[in-house]
Design a protein around this ligand. Structure first.
Ligand SMILES: Nc1ncnc2c1ncn2[C@@H]1O[C@H](COP(=O)(O)OP(=O)(O)O)[C@@H](O)[C@H]1O
Ligand SMILES: [Mg+2]
Length: 229
C-alpha cells in the first residue's frame, strides 16, 4: 500500500481571544491507500474538525497536511476544487439532500460542478444508486424515503464521481440498528473494491466494521490501533 495522507501536528483553533476554542490540539496520523479507518471519541473531542481538515473542507491553524505526496499549500484553489470533485466523496449526518427532488437528481448534483459531460450524468448516477441498492427508488422524491434510504442516497451522491476516498461523518447517527448495519455493509463493500474510507462515529459497533480505530479525546489522539478480524 502507498501513503495517501500524512498529517503532522494538526491544530485547529476556532475564534480568537475570549471565545477561542481549540478544537484540535495536536494530531498526527498517516493513512495508506485502501485503508478503512474509524475516528471515535466523545462529543466535542474534535472528530468532525479532523475529518473536515482531512477532507479539505477546512484548513488547520497549525501543522502540515500532505495528500498524495503534496502539502495542501502546494495545491492551488483550482487543483483543490478538482481534487474534491474528482477524488473525494463526502457523507454527512444531515444528508443535505433536496427533499422535493428525486433520488436521481439528488445523486447527479455533484456532477453539475464537475467536468463530466451532461450526457453521462444519468448513467453515472444510476450506477451509484445501484451500488446502494436503491434502483427501485430512482424517481422518488427523497422527502418520501425512510431515514436509512435517505442515508443511502447520500452515499450514492458521494460515490457518483467514483472517488478514491470517502469521508463520512456519523453516517449511521440517525439510523435504526438494521439500517445502520445495511449501510455499513455497503461501506465495507466499497472498501473491498479499493476505496479508502474514513468514517467518524461514536458507536463501537460501527467502528468494529473498520480495520483501524483512532480515538480522540479533547483534541488529541488518545489511541490508534488496528482492529483484528
Ligand atoms: N465552527 C466552529 N466555531 C467554533 N467552535 C467550533 C466550531 N466547530 C466546532 N467547534 C468546537 O470545537 C470542538 C470540537 O468540535 P467537533 O470537531 O465538532 O467535535 P465532535 O465532532 O467530536 O463532536 C467543540 O468544542 C466545538 O464546540
Ligand atoms: Mg461531529
Amino acid at each position: 500500500m502507498s501513503k495517501l495522507i500524512k498529517a503532522t501536528n494538526l491544530k485547529r483553533v476556532y475564534g480568537s481571544g475570549e471565545v477561542e476554542t481549540v478544537a484540535l490540539k495536536d494530531a498526527s496520523l498517516e493513512i495508506e491507500k485502501g485503508e478503512f479507518v474509524s475516528i471515535m471519541g466523545p462529543s466535542g473531542s474534535g472528530k468532525s474538525t479532523l475529518l473536515h481538515i482531512l477532507g479539505m473542507l477546512d484548513r488547520q491553524t497549525e501543522g502540515t497536511y500532505e495528500f498524495d505526496g503534496k502539502t495542501i499549500d502546494e495545491y492551488d484553489e483550482t487543483q483543490l476544487a478538482n481534487l474534491r470533485n474528482e477524488s473525494l466523496g463526502f457523507v454527512f449526518q444531515t444528508f443535505n439532500l433536496l427533499p422535493r427532488t428525486t433520488v436521481l437528481e439528488n445523486v447527479q448534483l455533484p456532477l453539475i460542478y464537475s467536468d463530466v459531460k451532461e450526457s453521462e450524468w444519468s448513467d453515472m448516477a444510476v450506477k451509484a444508486i445501484k451500488a446502494v441498492n436503491l434502483e427501485h427508488r430512482l424517481e422518488h422524491e427523497t422527502g418520501q424515503l425512510s431515514g436509512g434510504e435517505r442515508q443511502r442516497v447520500a452515499i450514492a451522491r458521494a460515490l457518483v464521481n467514483d472517488p478514491d476516498v470517502i469521508f463520512a461523518d456519523e453516517p449511521t447517527g440517525n439510523l435504526d440498528t438494521k439500517a445502520g448495519i445495511d449501510l455499513m455493509s455497503i461501506i465495507t463493500d466499497l472498501n473491498k473494491e479499493g476505496k479508502t474510507i474514513v468514517i467518524v462515529t461514536h458507536e463501537e459497533e460501527i467502528a468494529a466494521y473498520s480495520r483501524r480505530m483512532i480515538k480522540l479525546r479533547d483534541g488529541l489522539i488518545e489511541e490508534d490501533k488496528k482492529i483484528s478480524k
